[in-house]
Design a binder for this molecule. Structure first.
Ligand code: GTP
Ligand code: ZN
Length: 187
């Protein structure tokens, strides 16, 4: 893995004052957002990019609420948010929009991915291990409902899993049910 690593910069935000560091992996540029006095066993959120949710405020998913919750918690507990550029569970924005178009026709989130020739979830997490090693972090409290994330952080001791369950709305209820029933999310 050839990873380019940035300097550390200050990032005052509406959720508190953070430090940021970028990691460039091929064409993907990930961002690590963390507090100056990082906890010894920090709460870590591994967030997958969702432009429609994170930036536009889409109600089709729970991503933006999760991101804001994670940033607030990181600010309060001297934790870290690793923002991974894995748009659409790593099928990319264009394919995700095509998947949404299929969902408009009645396919669920998993079926739509399959229709497009993708697995339900195309993400991998080696870069997270790399980033945590880079920060000399070997023990974390992981903020997630996704068992695949817990299993894939080989070499990192997850001393606690903290659920990140957001209030649903009429637009994302079916999606959250599919995450629970077909993707094994601990909801
Ligand atoms: N392909 C596809 N990706 C989606 C869809 N809805 C959200 N996403 C992407 O899913 C990713 C977020 O994954 P989630 O399944 O919501 O949550 P998670 O990160 O696996 O699990 P948690 O840690 O528990 O939040 C982001 O990259 C979103 O862009 C969809 O309908 N189709
Ligand atoms: Zn989303």
């Amino acid at each position: 893995m050839n990873i380019e690593i940035s300097e550390i910069a200050n990032l005052p935000s509406r959720f508190g004052d953070f430090k940021v560091k970028a990691f460039k992996e091929g064409c993907k540029e990930h961002l690590v957002i963390f507090k100056k006095n990082l906890d010894e066993t920090p709460i870590v959120r591994v967030h997958s990019e969702c432009l429609t949710g994170d930036a536009i405020g889409s109600l089709k998913c729970d991503c933006r609420d999760q991101l804001e919750h994670a940033l607030k918690l990181a600010s309060k507990t001297n934790g870290m948010v690793i923002y991974l550029r894995q748009e659409g569970r790593n099928i990319g924005l264009l394919n995700k929009i095509n998947a949404y178009a299929l969902q408009d026709k009645g396919f669920n989130t998993v079926e739509a991915n399959h229709q497009l020739g993708f697995a339900a979830d195309e993400r991998t997490y080696e870069i997270v291990i790399f980033i945590l090693n880079h920060f000399n972090i070997n023990k974390i409290k992981l903020l997630t409902n996704n068992p695949r994330k817990i299993e894939s952080l080989e070499g990192i001791e997850i001393v606690e899993r903290i659920p990140i369950i957001m209030k649903s709305n009429p637009h994302n209820e079916a999606y959250l049910n599919v995450k629970k029933d077909e993707m094994g999310h601990l909801l």
